[in-house]
Write a protein that binds this ligand. Structure first.
Ligand code: NAP
Length: 417
């Protein structure tokens, strides 16, 4: 495909998906990056240096990433005559499949939807994946942060986030209210704003299927379905039901439900089986504070997943280092989970950890495990040396505060094979 402002590197090849849906990764894959607004330039520059250094360290030049810049946000607007989300960015992601992005400003006013939401919607990136684990030395409010090691799969397209809302007092609201009262026998206050919470079998199952696949591939122990099915029976309760149904129908050999473990195996999960369990959302927050080691992969709906992701990130270092990805059937977009932190723009001050570890997720997704390990070890050594950016420095005693770029240099110097 011909692009207007995007330059396709000549030295690289496309990542593709085969007939079985398996990713085929060449030695010189073309990977996309969106720099992002605000602190995006600082953290992307630092992370690119670290990713390239780790790939070089791991494969001595045999493998190399051919980076391709694509545009969104303010940088896009300056290149594409005010267009914050150029069509060719979507085309490039559809063609090259794998990308990583810095944070994007949501322009205020003018009827803009969040650019992040737009990207997810247009590319149908239905699974938001957030691994939450502790890295040695990172400040944490928990006594045993090392027990936190979960991966949250949050459904990205449905639930109360679907945007089906009717403002109180509007004719649309009155129409829906009349229908609900007169034809469905619903009762609610006169001046209620109304929203719809769609949760479908299709949407739930494709998310839970991804979570189970991931858990099996990575040798994880359990998948927990997190829901409020005790209250919202036909949405959240149905999500739970569909989850167990899917596991039994599509993964009968690999998975076992909690009921079956209790009834047939005396409460002990048989060796080699992936446990499918469920828990009510509110109690999940308590469990993740008091007994985090009981959970592993988590699959949940949009709103629960939103709250849970940030709450759990706070247990192990906060949004400054929490990585994430939004993934569809083929396209995968890895991203820093924090915003653009505009007051720090171009100060070379902030923590590149969130974007850096989103990159680590990306290399794991590609099967370049050595790169992921080299970066993780070097990062831990750097934190252990108490060489940190301002956000960690203010929580650690005896730390040496460094700039974003200096932190990147320290991580690169600490790399070992
Ligand atoms: P924010 O940009 O995440 O920043 C909030 C605070 O979090 C910062 O002031 C800073 O705390 C801390 N922080 C964020 N990133 C950090 C990093 N890399 N290292 C260290 N500390 C970091 O949230 P916001 O101020 O609410 O949002 C600003 C803009 O970002 C908005 O336009 C919003 O729409 C956008 N946004 C984009 C995304 C995305 O692209 N995925 C996500 C969220 C928000 P201290 O002040 O304590 O130092």
């Amino acid at each position: 495909m011909a692009y207007q402002h995007i330059r396709v590197p000549e030295s690289g090849d496309k990542v593709t998906v085969d007939a079985q849906g398996k990713l085929q990764v060449p030695e010189h894959p073309i990977l996309l990056f969106i720099e992002g607004d605000g602190i995006g330039a600082d953290i992307m520059r630092a992370s690119l240096r670290i990713w390239d250094a780790a790939v070089e360290k791991a494969y001595g030049g045999q493998r190399k990433v051919a980076w391709m810049e694509v545009y969104a946000g303010e940088k896009a607007a300056s290149i594409y005559n005010g267009d914050y989300m150029p069509e060719e960015t979507f085309d490039a992601l559809r063609e090259f499949l794998i990308g990583i992005k810095g944070p994007l400003t949501t322009p205020v006013g003018g009827g803009f939807r969040s650019l992040n939401v737009t990207l997810r919607k247009v590319l149908d990136l239905y699974a938001c994946i957030r691994p939450v684990r502790w890295y040695e030395g990172v400040p944490s409010p928990l006594r045993h942060p090392e027990e936190v090691d979960v991966v949250i799969f949050r459904e990205n397209t449905e639930d109360v986030y679907a945007g089906i809302e009717f403002e109180a007092g509007t004719p649309e609201n009155q129409k829906i209210a009349r229908f609900l009262r007169e034809e469905m026998g619903a009762e609610f206050f006169e001046d209620a704003g109304l929203g719809v919470k769609p949760v479908s079998e299709f949407g739930s199952k494709r998310l839970i299927r991804k979570a189970i696949h991931y858990a099996i591939e990575r040798g994880r122990k359990s998948v927990t379905l997190v829901h409020k099915g005790n209250i919202m029976k036909f949405t959240e309760g149905a999500f739970r039901k569909w989850g167990y149904e899917l596991a039994a129908e599509e993964f009968p050999e690999q998975t076992i439900s909690w009921d079956e473990v209790a009834e047939k195996h005396g409460g002990k999960v048989p060796e080699g089986k992936l446990l499918i369990q469920d828990t009510i959302a509110d109690i999940m927050f308590q469990k993740m504070l008091l007994r985090p080691s009981e959970h592993d992969v988590i699959a949940t709906m949009n709103l629960n997943g939103d709250y849970l992701s940030d709450a759990l990130a706070a247990e192990v270092g906060g949004v400054g280092i929490a990585p994430g990805a939004n993934i569809g059937d083929a396209v995968a977009l890895f991203e820093a989970t924090h915003g653009t932190a505009p007051k720090y723009t171009n100060l070379d001050r902030v923590n590149p950890g969130s974007l850096l570890f989103s990159g680590v997720m990306m290399f794991e997704h590609l099967g370049w495990w050595e790169v992921a390990q080299i970066i993780t070890r070097a990062y831990e050594k750097t934190i252990d040396d108490k060489v940190v950016t301002y956000d960690f420095a203010r929580q650690m005693e005896g730390a040496r505060e460094v700039k974003t770029s200096e932190f990147a240099t320290a991580v690169i110097e600490n790399m070992t094979v």
